[in-house]
Design a protein around this ligand. Structure first.
Ligand code: FE2
Ligand code: FE2
Length: 134
């Protein structure tokens, strides 16, 4: 099973679509690594990449929220902070051997992060495009 980018994820902004595509690739990489029984270190690296992704990606979106005075900025930022907490928590638990990278964990990441693209992220499309992003 693999995870693919879908056109419904598009937010009509090249820069952000590119970042979201990186996210899809990362989750897919985690799937493949687990399928191939890759070692813990490789799984840890991908988990780290996911955390790094959160840092730069959320910063990109939030930069535009502030710039364009996006009306739902506060609630959207709160969701991002929740993701960061959750990802950091995964990392900590993984390091302490409290959890394993499993298909359940990846399913969870997939549902949760990709769902964000088609719910919260879609809401800013109008604001961003009206302000000239493409
Ligand atoms: Fe996003
Ligand atoms: Fe977002």
């Amino acid at each position: 099973m693999s995870i693919k980018w879908k056109s419904e994820y598009s937010v009509q902004v090249k820069e952000i679509d590119g970042q979201h595509q990186n996210l899809v690739v990362l989750i897919d990489k985690l799937y493949i690594a687990l399928n191939e029984n890759k070692g813990k270190r490789i799984l840890a690296n991908i988990l780290n990449d996911l955390i790094d992704f959160g840092v730069y990606h959320f910063a990109t979106e939030e930069k535009y929220f502030d710039k364009f005075n996006y009306e739902f900025a506060e609630e959207h930022k709160k969701i991002h902070r929740g993701f960061e907490t959750k990802l950091a928590d995964f990392k900590k638990k993984f390091k302490n051997n409290e959890i394993e990278v499993s298909f359940e964990l990846i399913d969870f990441l997939e549902d949760w992060l990709l769902d964000h693209l088609i719910t919260a992220d879609q809401k800013y499309v109008q604001c961003f495009t009206e302000n000239g992003l493409k």
